[in-house]
Write a protein that binds this ligand. Structure first.
Ligand code: GLU
Length: 468
């Protein structure tokens, strides 16, 4: 045994990667990555009816988008069934589990009688202490011998100590009569065999922890550190559901949220580090701990998400953004950019990324660089073009032909031209925007000129002058 931290994400592949699952994965990933530990991935595919390869693929893709890389192979819980059964047999051999031959009818009869007498309906099998010599040759399950007295205490790093009276735990089935292991056994055996040291998961699993503890204790295995995190709620304080908006992590990719912003936001969803809202991945890895996880459910807040995404876009590397936007376009099923458009996008990135909270917003601002001539002005832009006297754009052309193509020289040239025309640059800006972009809300005229370059700028101005 080493002291290395090992965490895991153990999704059931029955749908997409839920936003809550993505947060669970992120917490486990941050905890491991911040401590030089391992983050493992186990697909809990024992439910053969509900588990699908498509769901597994969707989960992997969602994790990939979020950059939550796992160590080692993806583990299939189903494939480990023989090992789970082996542990059940070990417990049987050690006298910590027993064969139970009770039939379904006997169990029902027991429960009905218990109900009628107002006793606990937890099944107490007559086979628990039966002499094996009396065992019939008949179908049976294997049950664990639950402790009869005392309490089981789950020392949870988020919930505190949670006590469960042992007389409320039944002799849980470990192996069904067809020899297949139950889920509860599979989880414990897998976590143990994978060397998991910290189990960070939704608090909907807190009740399972008490039953899982029985298996750890019966096997004499070290119980991992538990951290059961409150589920995510919607803005109205109710459990997050479809009517609050998108639930799939990948839907957020397709809506154009950057992965870094999403990670930042998900990390803040139930965990805090002082008053820090915006942080980098590096800071998150360094700061993330179990003490900062809150006991009450966090509320999903789209405004906050967008705000953080905007801040992450603003500080992202231009080439990396270009790459991520291209992936977003695939996810959103948008037509891909041509290589020339993609280059233009990267060149323009510096003047686009400051105030865009999502990729659609950024692409909207990038329109001038992605579109090609002839530029068709919208209504407002057409009005701006009509507001200047015919010919003024033609007159401007030689001044731009001679200016060197830097912001300072362009500013100088345009201001000098405006002065000569006894007007202000501000009066020219509208028509120039219209000529260069065909719309009235754009990045600054100088930024557009710099991104478009001299030839394209002059050609667009010429087109507008000709059309006037
Ligand atoms: N497969 C379970 C789920 O998707 C998680 C089990 C666990 O983390 O122990 O909710």
């Amino acid at each position: 045994m080493t002291d290395q931290v090992v965490t895991r994400f153990a999704p059931s592949p029955t749908g997409y990667l839920h936003i809550g699952g993505a947060r669970t994965a992120l917490f486990n990933w941050l905890y491991a990555r911040g401590r030089g530990g391992k983050f493992l991935l186990r697909i809990e595919d024992t439910d053969r009816v509900r588990s699908t390869p498509a769901a597994t693929a969707a989960i992997l893709q969602g994790l990939g988008w979020l950059g939550l890389d796992h160590d080692g192979e993806v583990i299939s819980q189903f494939e480990r069934a023989p090992r789970h059964a082996e542990v059940a047999h070990e417990l049987l051999a050690a006298g910590k589990a027993y064969k139970c031959f009770s039939t379904q009818e006997e169990i029902e009869t027991f429960r009905e009688a218990a109900r009628a007498e107002g006793r606990s309906t937890l099944y107490r099998s007559p086979w628990r202490d039966a002499d094996p010599a009396t065992h019939p040759d008949a179908p049976h399950v294997i049950r664990i011998k639950a402790p009869l007295e005392g309490t089981t205490v789950i020392r949870d790093r988020v919930q505190g100590d949670v006590s469960i009276r042992n007389d409320q735990l039944d002799d849980m089935v470990l192996l069904r009569s067809d020899g297949t292991p139950v889920y509860m056994l599979a989880v414990v055996v897998d976590d143990h065999d994978m060397g998991v040291t910290h189990v960070i998961r939704g608090d909907d699993h807190l009740n399972n922890a008490a039953r899982q503890m029985m298996i750890y204790e019966a096997m004499g295995w070290t119980v991992p550190v538990w951290a059961h995190i409150p589920l995510i709620h919607g803005p109205d304080g109710k459990k997050l559901s479809k009517r609050h908006g998108a639930l799939g992590a990948q839907e957020y990719q397709a809506m154009g949220y950057p992965a870094a912003g999403m990670r930042n936001y998900l990390a803040r969803l139930g965990w805090s580090h002082g008053d820090d809202e915006f942080f980098t991945d590096e800071q998150a890895r360094e700061w993330f701990d179990l003490d900062g996880i809150g006991k009450s459910p966090a509320r999903f807040d789209l405004k906050k998400l967008e705000n953080l995404c905007g801040q992450h876009i603003a500080v992202s590397d231009d080439a990396a953004l270009r790459h991520e936007i291209e992936e977003y376009m695939v996810a959103a099923k948008l037509p891909p950019l041509t290589p020339a458009q993609s280059d233009a996008l990267e060149r323009a990135m510096y003047c686009l990324k400051d105030r865009a909270r999502t990729f659609p917003e950024l692409l909207e601002k990038a329109e001038f660089a992605l579109t090609s001539r002839p530029i068709v002005p919208d209504e407002k832009a057409a009005a701006a073009l009509a507001s200047v006297s015919d010919g003024i754009l033609n007159e401007l052309t030689p001044h731009l032909q001679n200016a060197s193509w830097t912001r300072d020289s362009l500013e100088e040239a345009l201001n000098a031209f405006a002065e000569a025309k006894e007007t202000k640059f501000g009066k020219l800006a509208g028509p120039l925007r219209a000529a260069l972009a065909g719309r009235s809300v754009t990045p600054s005229v100088f930024d557009m000129m710099l991104v478009l370059g001299r030839d394209e700028t002059l050609a667009r101005i010429q087109d507008a002058a000709d059309a006037a």
